[in-house]
Write a protein that binds this ligand. Structure first.
Ligand code: ADP
Length: 467
């Protein structure tokens, strides 16, 4: 019944968090800080360790210009995209904004190269990154535009590097540039550059187009699945609801027959009635759990008025007073350990009752006679730790990862206690996810099980309970 959740991107810094243009623009601004750090680092290494005759004043000025522009970009981004509705106009502006940034970056890269060896600088390859970035953010035609712009700037760089009339900042002064910048060589260089830029634009925008299409298909499929999930939950809720009243009536009739006809019925018939009651109770439990789960699935996020300041010690004492009778009947010893006082937690009372009733009744149910169930409350790292442990049948290793899934029951549990819905833990987990906290399970088959839950202490907790 659980709804699908889209996975979070694992490296939001290296790639945009989403394929949407606005997220892409945010990412580009973030990435530029990295590029600025890279320029400063390269300058330091070039001068200090490689002893290159770099025109550091020019390079530094460009790094500062990048910082200045990036601050302006950031301010514009916050002003235009961070808040408010995103209309068609916003997206048109975002396209222009991305174009502007990439075009200016290409100009600054060209100047950087000019001040550090011209077209012979091996960092000329960095033009490709801008084309890939353009393909990630923009449409195919836009990335061809940027490829053309990069080609124009690179050609200018080559002509500046080859020209006699402008100052030169060679990386290797003893290198014979005259031989290198021959017309045929220049033609080859620019030709190869043009092919590289346009092929990069073609390849990366093709990949992006395919990715966007897949993403759209996936989003549609997700929507369809959620829609079906909703219909299914609605159906399950209706069925469960419709079954509840007749089932309760059937149980009442069987009860009545068993009581009124007790003396006239044979042992065998009474046993059949007893078994019918047991199976009926199983069905009623299933209906109750199904209704609870489907109610939680469609529930709105918790409202502040649903939460109360809860004293876990008092709440658990209350739950134990109800549940303990089943432990006594089974010959299971119960211990409840807690410090005399504990801060309160801010939680839903109904949820607390459900969570602990599930865990404690499971502990009783899956512990053979003579076993022990311990409930412990303590403070740990500024939180409240609640543990329900038993010396029962335990959970097989291979089942541990599945016990919180709906309808799952481990084979040893089915054998030990044939009646069970496999929904209790899934409700417990859903409630904890909904109202806050963390649940962990630790178990060894044949030895016992411990469920641990951590709750945050209520910020308003000042009321303490005397022990
Ligand atoms: P149910 O108990 O009705 O089967 P739950 O959702 O409460 O459903 O539990 C799911 C499964 O987790 C159980 O069927 C059982 O395999 C395992 N489990 C839960 N609590 C315990 C426990 N205290 N000891 C052993 N197994 C447990």
């Amino acid at each position: 019944m659980a709804l699908f959740k889209r996975p979070e991107p694992s490296h939001p810094f290296w790639l945009p968090a989403e394929t949407s243009l606005i997220e892409g623009v945010r990412w580009l601004i973030k990435l530029r800080w990295l590029a600025i750090a890279g320029v400063m680092f390269a300058l330091l290494v070039g001068i200090r360790f490689l002893h290159l005759p770099l025109y550091w004043q020019g390079i530094l000025a460009i790094a500062l210009a990048l910082v200045f522009f990036n601050l302006i970009y950031w301010a514009i981004f916050r002003e235009r995209f961070e808040e408010g509705e995103r209309s068609g106009q916003t997206y048109a502006f975002a396209t222009f904004f991305a174009h502007l940034q990439i075009s200016l970056d290409l100009i600054l890269l060209t100047l950087l190269l000019y001040f550090s060896g011209g077209a012979l600088n091996p960092f000329s390859f960095f033009y490709i990154f801008h084309i890939i970035i353009a393909s990630i953010l923009l449409k195919r035609a836009d990335s061809y535009f940027q490829a053309g712009w990069a080609l124009l700037l690179y050609s200018m760089l080559v002509f500046l590097s080859a020209s006699e009339r402008v100052p030169h900042y060679p990386l290797y002064p003893d290198f014979n540039l005259e031989n290198f910048y021959r017309p045929d060589q220049i033609f080859l260089l620019i030709g190869a550059f043009a092919i590289t830029m346009f092929v990069s634009a073609f390849l990366s925008s093709s990949i992006m187009e395919r990715l966007r299409q897949r993403e759209e298909e996936l989003a549609q499929a997700c929507e369809e699945v959620s829609r079906r999930e909703k219909i299914k939950s609605e159906f399950a809720r209706t069925v469960a609801h419709e079954l509840r009243s007749p089932m309760s009536a059937i149980m009442n009739f069987i009860h009545a027959v068993r009581l009124s006809e007790k003396d006239r019925l044979s042992e065998k018939s009474l046993e059949f009635l007893e078994r019918a009651l047991q199976r009926g109770q199983g069905l009623i439990d299933l209906i109750r759990d199904l209704l609870e789960l489907s109610r939680l699935e469609v529930a709105e996020p918790p409202k502040p008025e649903e939460l109360e300041e809860i004293d876990l010690i008092a709440e658990l004492e209350l739950i134990l007073s109800v549940e303990k009778t089943s432990a006594d009947a089974r010959g299971v010893a119960v211990y409840f350990n807690h410090p005399p006082v504990l801060p309160r937690i801010r939680y839903s009372r109904a949820a607390i009752q459900q969570i602990f009733s599930n865990l404690i009744s499971n502990a009783f149910r899956y512990t053979p006679a003579g076993g022990v169930v311990r409930i412990e409350l303590s403070r740990e790292d500024g939180r409240i730790k609640a543990q329900v442990s038993d010396s029962g049948i335990g959970i097989p290793k291979e089942a541990l990862g599945r016990i919180f899934s709906e309808f799952y029951r481990a084979p040893n549990a089915k054998q030990f206690s044939p009646i069970g819905t496999g929904l209790g833990l899934s409700i417990t987990k859903t409630l904890i996810d909904r109202y806050g906290g963390k649940i962990y399970v630790d178990s060894e088959e044949g030895k016992g099980t411990t469920f641990t839950i951590y709750f945050d202490i209520s910020p308003r907790s000042g009321i303490r309970r005397a022990g």
